[in-house]
Structure formats: structure tokens, C-alpha cells
Ligand binder design. Structure first.
Ligand SMILES: Cc1ncc(COP(=O)(O)O)c(C=O)c1O
Length: 494
């Protein structure tokens, strides 16, 4: 699709889309004239998901516990299978998926589990330094757990892949870092799609760099913003094997689903690390460049007898309790778990939400996702073009050197680089909060703030931004109404 079309060309393009009343499926939009531009925070739910919720709520009992609740368990399992089919169509393995509450919980769980694992490993090399790489545009959910981890363990250091002047990632920095620290770089953790501006990162290319220069480094993808159009982004990643992430996390509430369900999906090479210790020693020794050093023999014998993976040689469940215990011995004391996926968490899950996953995913995958993605991107371009035509607005959406141009800019409203389905504005002196409130009074939902991306805003040198995040249920009429309101506000306040 061309990116520089004028208004009339964009209008014409929009009129060619026939989305079969996609919008009608969302009850929240039916009765109250709501114009919802906050789908990057949480998407609205279609009737199909609400029906599944109502049906599931009537089913009694717990899951994976007793025979009388087999139907409930089957429903939850079907949801898990549907999710992995969607996330990993080439190799969908339900037992590599863990349900959490949201992406934030998935990332915290991941950080805690890996921290414990790495700590046990590095005991063999107490002086060594190891690195975790994040990006400056990551959401806080993908920054704070790693910062916290680096505070807990002296041998870990956090490094940042810098942003370039056009807001893309400095992949040359990544390449050099991998080359220089191929043995010490433990993990690269970044978003597939940034939440503040919608930038889609070239995950296929990043994977290629890792495979070439630091093949033992693990790749963790925060797919919170990407999950909804997974297949479209996979295609764009230019990698025939897809992302091949070692860890993939996301939240169903950004996929037209319910709040309270997140996921953490692991690659086969990570799943291997949860098995028996012997299989893993060679792999880990290679990774840490060590001779395999086992824990003291007595300890090993004791644990081997109970078939428990040795500390340091395997990834370990963080939250244990009821749910998947195979045996427990209070004399030793020891336990053995049934499940091999090291990220599974014990206890009763969010059943009321989980029973909707199968319907949620069946509904999502039945939609013409590529067409919906393209329609929404065309609508975003139309929105940008209409904004750019307002006299108070400077259009820096295509800027290749945004920080410098922002400094030189005199206009009270600036369109910042905005990608995919996002529109990002910088507005002078706190007027963005007033504009956000004005829009809300007229039933238009947008978001003002730093969008849990403080380092990104620091990079731009702006206090906050006004973000519109679009979805396929948004229409040209939504945009026209919003532009009229923005124009009215700016005329009254500037
Ligand atoms: C890129 C990204 N990662 C993580 C999160 C956190 O998601 P949740 O609030 O579902 O944990 C968000 C939420 O907006 C996000 O956009």
C-alpha cells in the first residue's frame, strides 16, 4: 500500500472495503454513540465472546480436578489448543502454553524463573557478567521485571538497544553487541509492536542476527500489541520460519477477549530445559561455556531418586501448590510434579474468563484478518491526512529525525511518527489533557499520557502524548466526527 495518498484517494480506498457489518458485532458501540479509539489499551468484545462468557459462567465446578467437571476442563483445553494454533500454526503444542492473568504477569513470571535458573548456573563462574537487552520503546511491563531482576542479581546487567532518529531500532548496535558478547548475552526482550506509536519491529531480522552472532541467546517477544493481527505481522517479519521466539507473551483483552487472561508460550528448546537434568547439562554447559559441573553427589542421588530436576540444570516452577502434583514426600521433604512445562502455575485459574478463549479465537480466526488490518491502516492514514490539514497542526508523521524536528517546531500540535493503527500527537503545555477530556465529554475515547513508556517519551523529549488507537470497527464517520471536535477545541483554546 502506498503511504502518501491524498484525502480523496484515501476516501475512495475506504469506500471499497466491505467489512460485512463488522462493527455491528460490538454491543458497546450499539446504543451509546461511543467512538472508541483506545483499542491498544483494551479491545472491545464482540457478541460471540460475551455469549461464551454468559454460557461458561453457568457451568459449575473447578477445572482439571474432578470427573463431574470434565466438560469444563474440555472447554478450557479447547481454548488452549485454539490459542496455540493461532500463535504457532506450524508447530502448535498446547503443553508449551501457560495461562497467566496478563502480559505483565507473564513477563514477571518469566523474569523470576530465568533469574533463579541463571543464578544457579553462574555459581560456577561467580565473577562473570551476563546481559539482558531491552529497547528504549518497550512498555514498562517489559522493562521493570528485568530492571528488578538486575537489582536482585549482581551478575546480571541490563543494556538497551538504542532507537534511531526515525524511531526504529539500531540493529547495527544489536549485531555488534551480539558479536562482542555472544557468550554473555542471555536474553533479548522486546515488543513485536510498540504500544506508544504502533511501530512494528522486524523480528525476523532480529532473529537472524541472533542466530548468526549469538545463537544461544534467548529471544522473548512481547506480543501484547501484535497478538490481534498475529498472522499479518508474521508475514511482515520476512522470516520463513516465523518469529521463532523462545518466549511469546500477550493478553487476550487486546484480542477482542476478556480481561484476566494472558499467555506465555515457550519454544521447544526451552521446553527441553524442563526435562531431566542429564539431557540438559550438555546444552547448558555449552551455553555457559563450562565443563558440566553437577551439584554434590549426595544431593543429586536424593533428588534423582524422586525424579526431581536438579537446581540449576533445569527451569523450575515458581508457584507450586495444588493442580499438577505427582507425589509429595514430607520426610525428605520433596515433591514431584506431573507437568513438564516449567512456567505452569498452580491453583485455580480464572475459569470464568478461560471458558471464553475457544469462542474468542474461533471468532477471531473466522474474520478476514488481513483485510481488517489493511482497512484499519487505511483509516489511520485518512485520520492522519485530515489532522494534517488543520491549520494548527504540523505533520511530522513521516519524519526521519523526529527529536531534532520537534525541537525546531513551533506549531502547537504535532503529529509524531505513527504506524499501523496508531496516531500519536504532541500538544503544547498540558492542552492534551484538556483535549482528551473534551473528546471524552463527546463520547470519543482516546488516551493521554506516557502510555507506560517513560523512556520512549524521554527519548522524544515530550512530557506526554495523545494516542488514538484504531480498530476495524472504527469508521470514516468516527474520524470525521473526531476531527470536527479537535478543530473546534483548537479554535477555542489556541
Ligand atoms: C506492548 C505491551 N506490553 C505489555 C502490556 C501490558 O499488558 P497487560 O496490561 O495486559 O499486562 C501492554 C499494555 O498496553 C503493551 O502494550
Amino acid at each position: 500500500m502506498q503511504d502518501h495518498l491524498n484525502l480523496s484517494q484515501l476516501e475512495k480506498q475506504l469506500s471499497h472495503y466491505s467489512l460485512n457489518n463488522f462493527k455491528e458485532q460490538f454491543p458497546a458501540l450499539k446504543d451509546n454513540n461511543l467512538i472508541y479509539f483506545d483499542s491498544a489499551a483494551t479491545s472491545l468484545r464482540p457478541q460471540a465472546v460475551l455469549d461464551a462468557f454468559n454460557q461458561g459462567y453457568g457451568l459449575a465446578g473447578n477445572v482439571e480436578r474432578s470427573l463431574h467437571t470434565q466438560a469444563l476442563t474440555d472447554l478450557v483445553q479447547a481454548g488452549k489448543q485454539a490459542l496455540v494454533n493461532y500463535l504457532d500454526p506450524e508447530n502448535p503444542e498446547a503443553n508449551r502454553l501457560t495461562y497467566t492473568q496478563n502480559s505483565t504477569e507473564s513477563l514477571n513470571l518469566l523474569a523470576q524463573t530465568l533469574g533463579e535458573f541463571w543464578e544457579a548456573q553462574q555459581k560456577n563462574q561467580p565473577q562473570a557478567k551476563y546481559y539482558i537487552l531491552v529497547t528504549q520503546s518497550n512498555h514498562h511491563a517489559n522493562l521493570l521485571p528485568w530492571i528488578k531482576l538486575c537489582h536482585s542479581y549482581d551478575f546480571l546487567e541490563l543494556k538497551t538497544i538504542p532507537l534511531l532518529a526515525d524511531l526504529s531500532l539500531d540493529l547495527e548496535y544489536l549485531r555488534q553487541f551480539c558479536q562482542e558478547h555472544s557468550q554473555e548475552l542471555l536474553l533479548v526482550s522486546l515488543s513485536a509492536v510498540d504500544n506508544a506509536n504502533g511501530m512494528v519491529h522486524p523480528i525476523g531480522k532480529i532473529k537472524e542476527i541472533l542466530s548468526t552472532y549469538a545463537p544461544h541467546t534467548w529471544l522473548s517477544i512481547d506480543n501484547a500489541q501484535g497478538s490481534c493481527f498475529n498472522a499479518v505481522y508474521l508475514e511482515k517479519s520476512h522470516s520463513p520460519q516465523g518469529w521463532q521466539a523462545d518466549f511469546l507473551v500477550g493478553s487476550l483483552h487486546k484480542m477482542f477477549g476478556l480481561t484476566g487472561i494472558g499467555y506465555l508460550y515457550i519454544s521447544p528448546r526451552i521446553a527441553e530445559l524442563s526435562g531431566k537434568q542429564d539431557k540438559n547439562l550438555a546444552l547448558l554447559a555449552k551455553f555457559f561455556n563450562l565443563n558440566s559441573q553437577k551439584t554434590p553427589e549426595v544431593e543429586e542421588k536424593k533428588l534423582e531418586h524422586l525424579n526431581i530436576p536438579l537446581p540449576g540444570n533445569s527451569l523450575h516452577h515458581q508457584w507450586v501448590g495444588g493442580g499438577f502434583v505427582k507425589s509429595i514426600n514430607l520426610r525428605e521433604p520433596c515433591y514431584q510434579l506431573q507437568e513438564s512445562n516449567p512456567f505452569l502455575v498452580s491453583g485455580t485459574p480464572n475459569i470464568n474468563a478461560l471458558v471464553t478463549v475457544a469462542s474468542n479465537l474461533n471468532w477471531l480466526t473466522a474474520q478476514p484478518l488481513k483485510q481488517l488490518y489493511e482497512y484499519t491502516h487505511t483509516l489511520q492514514k485518512y485520520f492522519l491526512a485530515r489532522l494534517a490539514s488543520l491549520p494548527q497542526v504540523a505533520n511530522l508523521s513521516q519524519s526521519k529525525n523526529i527529536c531534532q524536528e520537534l525541537q525546531q517546531n513551533q506549531a502547537p500540535v504535532v503529529i509524531l511518527p505513527s504506524f499501523g493503527h496508531h496516531i500519536s500527537l504532541s500538544i503544547e503545555d498540558g492542552l492534551d489533557i484538556d483535549l482528551g477530556q473534551f473528546l471524552a465529554q463527546h463520547n470519543v475515547v482516546a488516551r493521554v499520557g506516557k502510555h507506560c513508556a517513560y523512556p520512549y517519551h524521554e527519548f522524544l523529549g515530550v512530557d506526554s502524548t495523545l494516542r488514538f488507537s484504531l480498530a476495524p470497527f472504527n469508521t470514516k464517520a468516527d474520524v470525521d466526527t473526531t476531527i470536527d471536535l479537535i478543530s473546534q477545541f483548537l479554535e477555542q483554546n489556541l
